[in-house]
Design a protein around this ligand. Structure first.
Ligand code: SF4
Length: 324
């Protein structure tokens, strides 16, 4: 079965309908044995120092996995660096398939984009709908895992992050992935409500490797992972186009903020960690986030896939002290 690289969440139902395997390049980059070396390799190839490490990691990851010959590039709604990333992959012989989330969440435009993708993969709506049903069964298990995180404290913030983020591609095998989630659910034991600080994490997934671990060591718990949760498509709709219209990440910040504000309320969060990747245009949105959210916000910046540095740890400690 052909492996198709993806740089972010896209209507993955189309890839599964074609009998192909989606591979979220972010996930294989960050779980590689030495992700920092992959970033350096891209710099040696000529990528500038002041470009996001995720982009550089994805570039090297594609070249290191020669079985990936086609990559779906989200040209609108994800990353301002995607065009150049795809051009550098194109000259290395990788076929690029463009996909765009319309900025204004226009239903017809989104439907057209999905249909163009379906055309590339030679599938029809019936086949895609079948895959939606298949994947929704897996997603339901992950929704339960999320609920257990914030209602019962029985799933750690890291596991909440991990299993939700993997819903971008279901690890290439939805049924096997569902079994893994089931095992986590079976092991989860509700904990009595303690005096832990309840945090929300918003922004792209962290590049630092030990953020959740450090927060838990310091008596805080992440019970809301915004973008990761969005990857699970937590929407009750049987309409695939509507599902990707309700998905907040690729659209404007105000659409995301509505979701974040509702979850702050529902999950009784004491504060928010806004993660901004170095050299990412999304960093600019921090000023809107700080203005609009009604709970304290700590903005953290990360560059490379390494452990938290001393300065970041001190900033987290000070933030948690304020919340106590
Ligand atoms: S963190 Fe920002 S710059 Fe980096 S890949 Fe994601 S959207 Fe692009």
């Amino acid at each position: 079965m052909e492996k198709i690289g993806i740089t972010t969440t896209i209507p993955v139902e189309v890839i599964y309908a074609a009998g192909c395997i989606p591979v979220d390049l972010n996930n294989i980059f960050i779980t590689a044995e030495n992700p920092a070396a992959l970033v350096e390799e891209a710099e040696l190839a000529g990528y500038p120092r002041n470009i996001c490490a995720w982009i550089k990691g994805i570039y090297t990851t594609v070249l290191a996995n020669r079985e990936i010959r086609r990559v779906i590039a989200v040209t609108q709604g994800d990353c301002s660096n995607t065009h150049a990333l795809m051009e550098t992959l194109h000259i290395q012989g990788i076929e690029i398939i463009p996909f765009a989330f319309p900025y204004d969440r226009d239903y017809d435009m989104l439907k057209l984009q999905i249909e163009k993708l379906m055309q590339v993969f030679g599938v029809d709506w019936e086949q895609v709908a079948e895959q939606k049903k298949r994947l929704d069964k897996v997603r339901e298990k992950v929704w339960l895992l999320d609920e257990k995180t914030w209602r019962e404290n029985s799933v750690s913030g890291f596991n909440n992050h991990l299993y939700q983020v993997m819903c971008s591609d279901f690890n290439g095998n939805p049924e096997l992935f569902a079994q893994e989630v089931k095992a986590v659910l079976e092991k989860s034991t509700p904990l009595p409500a303690g005096d832990e600080i309840r945090l929300g994490y918003i922004g792209v997934p962290p590049i630092m490797t030990d953020l959740y671990e450090y927060l838990e060591k310091k008596g805080a718990r992440v019970v809301f992972n915004e973008v990761q949760r969005q990857f699970t498509m937590p929407f009750a709709t049987s309409d695939l186009v509507e599902q990707y219209r309700l998905y907040t990440y690729p659209y404007n910040i105000f659409w995301r903020l509505q979701d974040i504000a509702a979850e702050i309320e529902k999950r009784n969060l004491h504060g928010i960690i806004h993660y901004a990747q170095s050299f990412c245009y999304r960093h600019i949105q921090d000023l809107i986030i700080r203005k609009e959210l009604k709970v304290p916000v700590l903005t953290l910046e990360g560059d490379r896939p390494v452990r938290l540095d001393a300065r970041t740890k001190m900033r987290i400690d000070a933030f948690l002290d304020i919340l106590r």
